[in-house]
Design a protein around this ligand. Structure first.
Ligand SMILES: [Zn+2]
Length: 122
């Protein structure tokens, strides 16, 4: 019984420690993202785009002053999603409208530079 109590106590202690640990994953590296946003929006090196570039997906101008919830607002978009193993580096980041970014999110087979025309006969 003594042994069992000790084990339970250790178990509880471990869980308490886990719960006290800082949530490191929260916000997925926002500092880095903010830096990328700034570089892309201002066309700073090593950005491939000019200052306040248009949307990479639709080519329309982005409203850089829009509220971040606005569909026309500026977001940085990962060409290869991080969830698909894409890297969080500028080479993998393009300027996008919020709405264009969300549109892409649903397409799991989306790849940069590839046009998915399936019905066309050449
Ligand atoms: Zn767009």
């Amino acid at each position: 019984m003594v042994l069992r109590d000790t084990t339970v106590e250790r178990h509880n202690r471990t869980h308490r420690l886990v719960n006290q640990m800082p949530a490191r994953k929260t916000g997925r590296n926002t500092t880095r993202r903010d830096k990328h946003r700034r570089i892309i929006a201002n066309g700073l090196p090593p950005s491939r785009f000019g200052k306040r570039p248009p949307c990479w997906h639709c080519g329309e101008p982005i409203n850089y002053d829009a509220h971040y919830t606005d569909p026309d607002a500026f977001v940085i978009d990962h060409l290869i999603p991080l969830s698909a193993g894409g890297e969080d580096v500028l080479d993998n980041i393009v300027p996008s409208h919020r709405r264009c970014n969300s549109d892409k999110g649903a397409k799991t087979n989306w790849r940069p530079g590839v046009c998915y025309v399936t019905e066309r006969r050449w």
